[in-house]
Write a protein that binds this ligand. Structure first.
Ligand SMILES: [Zn+2]
Length: 169
């Protein structure tokens, strides 16, 4: 896993020029919105790689690759479960609403300031919030103990009932 903490701010245009991948970890205490909806400890970490590039359709793209899982409460058995949130995503770096309106179709955007600094912690947090299911459940059946229902119901034995009647006489 990555030793270094991930910087909060990345200069997208500088990243585009260098083209290298920067990796580091983010701790839960740096993502308060995520912490509110997950059961992770504040010291838990997620691994992130960041890379910028200019795409063929002339978009300054930020590529995130996230590795790790979040702790959620399964809504079926109410036990904790690890939910896998790993995977890449690409976001178009924009600095204004006009910029956003000019994006080619199909791009999700991330806002940078006028100097093209992007808050990567915020972007990762938003991406993770999107990946968390509304109603988390273990993939396999859990919590429900399925009992074999092949025992016949206990009915009074007619002969026993007769015997009782005889005793009463
Ligand atoms: Zn469960």
């Amino acid at each position: 896993m990555f030793e270094r903490p991930l910087n909060r701010l990345f200069e997208a245009r500088k990243g585009e020029r260098h083209g290298d991948t920067v990796s580091g970890h983010l701790s839960w205490h740096q993502m308060p919105e995520l912490a509110r909806v997950t059961e992770n400890a504040a010291s838990d970490q997620i691994q992130v790689s960041v890379r910028f590039e200019r795409t063929e359709d002339n978009v300054l793209a930020m590529h995130l690759d996230i590795q790790g899982s979040v702790k959620l409460v399964c809504q079926r058995c109410l036990d904790l479960m690890d939910f896998d949130v790993q995977g890449p995503c690409a976001l178009a770096v924009v600095t204004s609403e006009e910029f956003l309106a000019r994006l080619p179709e199909g791009w999700e955007a991330v806002f940078a300031n006028d100097d093209f600094f992007v808050d990567v912690h915020q972007a990762v947090q938003e991406e993770l919030l999107l990946r968390i299911p509304m109603v988390p459940k273990h993939e396999e059946m859990c919590g429900l103990v399925i009992e074999e229902d092949d025992q016949p119901e206990e009915k009074p034995n007619p002969f026993a009932v007769l015997a009782q009647l005889k005793d009463k006489q």
